[in-house]
Design a protein around this ligand. Structure first.
Ligand SMILES: [Zn+2]
Length: 292
């Protein structure tokens, strides 16, 4: 959705790398958005109790051409809200991160912000092994960093999964990963990960709800709101995107529900809505209900 700000964007805690091809690597612990070939591989691996790292094969990390890295760094440092608003996806990600920090600082001042790392091709994380674009956006709890290759938006989210290419859908992806950071701080991530797939679904739906909480506060209608008020069309689009990454959308409605890890299409859209309508993170306690 359109940002209200103008001029340069705060890029504290934002870094970049990539442009090189290369290594697939081991390493687990990544919490993904849902969707994407890498995620399907991970789901399959989880179903069969295999460490996805082993399945993907280990390897050395990618080497990164310095030129590409500096180009991405330069792009980020030059981002403005105007660029984000005309569809520059990298700047939109950076602006969303800044907006999330503002919102969560007001809701939970004691929480520290995560880092954001924008990469191209593949990345060596600080705590979750290496990953490629095929993994989709993810949060690594070990280094408290959100990772994204923005090619995910067009290539996977829209191209493979049928999600929206609108601004709010792209922002939702970052807000969802930020939600995993909140869950990491509150201990929900740790708790849920010990509960198998049932816990995983609750983690993911809570992250969707927390993304909705961000949207509620970001478009609160005040003069200093971070976003212009969301329209019904925006809400419809983000709902479509949330549904596109539901387990039934990705794996088929007849797939074994016990293998689901992210929640159904309807559940994902519903929990985003609960967060958006209420603006209250306490309403996002997906572990306290049997009615997901
Ligand atoms: Zn997730």
């Amino acid at each position: 959705m359109t940002f209200q700000g103008s001029g340069s964007i705060n890029t504290d805690n934002v870094s970049a790398s990539g442009g090189g091809g290369g290594g697939l690597g081991g390493g687990g612990g990544r919490i993904a958005l849902g969707g994407g070939a890498g995620l399907i591989l991970t789901i399959v691996a989880l179903l069969f109790g295999v460490n996805p790292g082993n399945l993907m094969g280990s390897g050395s990390g990618s080497s990164t051409p310095a030129a590409s890295q500096s180009a991405l760094d330069k792009h980020i440092s030059e981002c403005t809200y105007e660029m984000a608003n005309v569809g520059d996806e990298i700047c939109r990600v950076v602006a969303t991160k800044a907006s999330l920090e503002t919102v969560w600082k007001s809701i939970a001042p004691q929480y520290s912000a995560p880092k954001l790392h924008i990469f191209s091709g593949s990345v060596n994380t600080g705590g979750c092994g290496s990953a490629t674009s095929a993994t989709g956006p993810f949060y690594c709890p070990a280094d408290e960093t959100i990772y994204i290759d923005t090619s995910f938006y067009d290539d996977v989210l829209v191209g493979q999964l049928g999600g929206g290419n609108d601004a709010l859908s792209q922002e939702y992806v970052i807000a969802h990963e930020y939600g995993h950071h909140i869950e990491n701080i509150t201990g929900v991530l740790n708790k849920g990960q010990r509960m198998g797939n049932n816990g995983s679904v609750r983690i993911e739906l809570q992250a969707d709800c927390l993304a909705g909480v961000w949207a509620h506060h970001a478009d609160d209608g005040t003069a200093d709101a971070l976003l212009q008020p969301l329209t019904q069309q925006d809400i419809d689009q983000v709902g479509k995107t949330a549904r596109s990454i539901g387990d039934d959308s990705i794996q088929g409605s007849n797939s074994n529900k016990e293998g689901w890890t992210h929640g159904s299409a309807a559940q994902r859209a519903r929990w985003f809505g609960i967060g958006y309508q209420s603006g209250d993170p306490r309403r996002c306690d997906t572990f306290a209900t049997n009615d997901l």
